[in-house]
Write a protein that binds this ligand. Structure first.
Ligand code: SF4
Length: 624
């Protein structure tokens, strides 16, 4: 601690490293069997905004035989000081070195955090490659959405947990305690771990390649190791443990409020969206559960805002009655309600009006594409009229600024679709003027990201548009969006390129990651720290061509690097959806229409759960 006390005054935002927050759990190290360091490969403010961390922290610390402590990636200035003084990476609860734990568990939310995973292991004094780690080193595990294509990290992670962590963690800790009691050597432990449902041990699989670089075979090297690792899925959102005493940071973080997940999954079937595919089926919490959890959280955190989170909160069947009940119960004490993810429709706008007691300065809508044709290709299910009326209502209700999210480089995109984006932005501005928004204040921000083909989606086979094309399209939009009141933001094309490479990558990319780490790559998701040249050098050193991963159209019959990771979705369904996309045909939502045969419910023996009843729940017209 002394050394830390000396360093902290020298770095930005020391609160990132001081711990001691409200509701943290400090356990007696000697009284528990299993010690887990939960490692978030980004800064404190980002990691602490992640609900999954709070959920797992709560579950593990509720057990008497285990403890979980938190560790985040130190910012560059802190890392420099730590390396200068030989201070190893430590957790925020006990300030113990991460290497003293039994398990270091990373959550992988974003491909561009992979370099941070390696850097954190190194800072902890743990060899980055799993085959160089001995019995004395912790077991390094990882989960989260990026674990659905774990291959680029296969050299560094001992085992991955595929699917929903709160479902798997109990079994995994039981297994671990048992293995520890039996003093199992790591090699044997990994062999046995591979039999725990949802656990993927990359070293127990052999990958063979063809001469053209394509994968020819992926197979387990031992009997009893599953050919396909199926994801774990929570069956009852009401019964699963949810933290009502979350850690409350003492410094400002990205999402500084109560977060209650009201439903998990999304059945709308946007064809680019990985979250929509891997978190199926839709499972809603009962209103009584949401209200009980909200009351507990208000009492235990002191926050003055409750955010109802999910991939699409206006889809939560009892949303209106739950909002009304929450307002009735908590508004009197100054607690407001917010809905971070709203669809572009009238129903969403009504909800926004209801909850917007404390008005934020801007409202965000995501039409994703500029024309109806392209919105049908991606299965967005939003019309221009939906968007315009939502914008008009927002301005009429007193919002001064609207943010519109789009994607460029989507499959089949043409200049007409770009013109559509320009048209929608100008039209939104015109509606704002008509609605009487104040001229100087009125603002329509167009934020444009680049399409990244993601594993387990209908667009997984599609190439990414080249950086040159994406840049051209960005310039085209910039020229068309030059007008007072319009703001244009776009993403760095090189970052999106690397994201595509690692999203669709195979285990040969491990060599690239190791080189990139040696070349000093870290915090690549932060544009100021992303050094494209270093990444190209890392590829050159490994003798690999990044464009091969991002720009290639994958064949339906190619073996994909993530084919042995099972989401429950059938490949036939993804192919069918891809073909429908190319034909411009939409597919309806299985919660409002018939089952569209994604294969998940039968494959995983799970069913969609709607809190308002079965599928006959009456949804408002606007979202049907
Ligand atoms: S199997 Fe049918 S009902 Fe189940 S999630 Fe897929 S489309 Fe929906």
């Amino acid at each position: 601690m002394d050394l830390l006390d000396q360093i902290l005054p020298l770095v930005q935002k020391p609160a990132r490293y001081t711990g001691g927050e409200w509701n943290i759990v400090r356990k007696d190290w000697d009284k528990v069997d299993i010690k887990v360091a939960f490692a978030f490969p980004d800064v404190y403010e980002v990691g602490m905004s992640h609900l999954g961390l709070q959920i797992l922290y709560h579950i593990v610390n509720s057990r008497t035989d285990a403890l979980m402590e938190r560790v985040f990636a130190p910012w560059l200035d802190m890392e420099e000081k730590m390396r200068e003084h030989n201070l190893p990476l430590f957790t925020l609860e006990s300030f113990r070195p991460v290497r003293d734990f039994d398990v270091v568990a990373f959550t992988l939310q974003y491909e561009m955090c992979y370099s941070n995973v390696l850097n954190m292991l190194d800072l902890a004094g743990i060899p980055i490659k799993s085959n160089l780690r001995g019995e004395e080193h912790p077991l390094v595990i990882a989960g989260g959405p990026c674990a659905f294509n774990p291959e680029p990290l296969a050299d560094f992670i001992d085992l991955f947990v595929i699917g929903e962590g709160e479902e798997a963690i109990g079994d995994f800790l039981d297994f671990l305690r048992n293995a520890k009691n039996r003093n199992l050597a790591k090699k044997d432990l990994l062999r046995e771990a591979a039999r725990v449902p949802g656990v993927y041990v990359p070293s127990l699989y052999r990958v063979e390649y063809r001469e053209d670089g394509e994968i020819s075979k992926v197979e387990p090297v031992l009997k009893g190791v599953p050919e396909i690792v199926k994801k774990r899925v929570v069956r009852d959102m009401d019964k699963v443990s949810f933290p009502t005493r979350p850690v409350v940071p003492s410094t400002e973080i990205v999402h500084d409020r109560i977060m209650i997940e009201v439903l998990r999954g999304c059945a709308r079937g946007c064809r680019f969206c990985q979250a929509g595919m891997i978190y199926r089926p839709v499972r809603e919490k009962k209103p009584a559960t949401v209200l009980r959890q909200a009351a507990g959280l208000v009492r235990q955190t002191g926050y003055d805002e409750i955010s109802l989170t999910s991939l699409s909160t206006s889809d939560y069947t009892p949303v209106r009655s739950v909002i009304n009940a929450l307002i009735k119960e908590h508004a009197g004490c100054g607690v407001s309600i917010s809905l971070p993810s709203l669809r572009v429709d009238n129903f969403s706008m009504e909800l926004a009006k209801e909850v917007q007691k404390v008005r934020r300065s801007s409202i965000t809508l995501a039409p994703e594409a500029g024309t109806q044709r392209l919105r049908d290709v991606i299965n967005k299910g939003v019309t221009e009229e939906d968007l315009m009326s939502a914008t008009e209502v927002a301005f009429r209700e007193g919002w001064q600024a609207v943010k519109l999210y789009f994607m460029i480089g989507l499959p089949t995109e043409t200049n007409e679709d770009l013109d559509g984006i320009i048209h929608l932005a100008r039209e939104a501005l015109a509606r704002g003027r008509k609605a009487g928004a104040r001229r100087g204040r009125l603002r329509v921000t167009v934020s444009v990201s680049s399409f990244v083909p993601k594993p387990h989606t209908p667009f997984q086979w599609e190439p990414q548009a080249s950086m040159a094309v994406l840049k051209e399209r960005q310039a085209y939009l910039a020229a068309g969006l030059r007008e007072r009141g319009l703001v244009f933001n776009y993403h760095d094309t090189a970052v999106s390129f690397m994201e595509a490479v690692f999203a669709r990558g195979d285990r040969r990319l491990g060599a690239v990651l190791e080189n990139a780490f040696q070349l000093g790559c870290k915090f690549d998701g932060w544009s100021e720290n992303f050094h494209y040249e270093r990444w190209l050098e890392a590829f050159r050193q490994a003798g690999l061509e990044p464009g091969w991963y991002a720009y290639r159209r994958y064949d339906y019959d190619s073996l994909l690097p993530w084919d042995h990771i099972g989401t429950g979705l059938s490949k036939q369904y993804l192919i069918r959806e891809h073909q429908r996309a190319m034909a411009g045909k939409t597919t309806e939502d299985c919660r409002t229409g018939a089952c569209t045969g994604c294969g998940l419910c039968s494959g995983l023996e799970v069913e969609p759960v709607y809190a308002g009843g079965e599928r006959d729940v009456q949804l408002p017209d606007a979202i049907q």
